[in-house]
Design a protein around this ligand. Sequence first.
Ligand code: IMP
Ligand code: MG
Length: 189
Amino acid sequence: MAELASVPNVHRDDIEDILIDADRLESRLVELAGRIDEDYAGREVLLVGVLKGAFFVMADLARRLTIRSQVDFMACSSYGSATSSSGVVRILKDLDTDIEGRDVLIVEDIVDSGLTLDYLMKNLRSRRPASLEILSLLTKPTRREVDLPIRYVGFEVPDVFVVGYGLDYAENYRGLPCIATLKPEVYGG
Ligand code: IMP
Ligand code: MG
């Protein structure tokens, strides 16, 4: 695993496998930004990042767009266990912006059961945006519990817990430049 050289020493021993390296992440985001540029040509888009996991995707996507864009963030907590959500969502930080009549693109790190985003979509739709779409860097299709229209998907991943590039395990590993899996013993196994 040559890419392990890009992982800070302190985390290197915890990593089992690198699923998506930094180069692939970058080139996929360039592609997605190109599609968004075309789809929203002549319009401007409000990117709504879901904290905390989406902060890398947001930064790397926003800087690639050539159309006019603004950014805003939301934070929600979903009640559930450490590694799966219940669909009961509480908004911890709401948007600063009124989205009525705006073209809104939600920017997510990963869609797992889909329950969190399903709630967010309903909540944001009630504010009457002109359009509301989803971009998610990762999706785990085999875990989906609700049907969600995800307009832009970076990568499909299998049903394994992944960290890095914004995604955490117990708030750690968000800063890894790649998407990786952890050794079982890291989970206290
Ligand atoms: P959902 O409501 O089940 O779709 O949960 C989505 C949220 O769970 C994501 O935004 C992540 O915060 C978290 N999550 C789901 N799968 C993973 C994973 O493999 N690694 C890290 N976080 C995950
Ligand atoms: Mg998230």
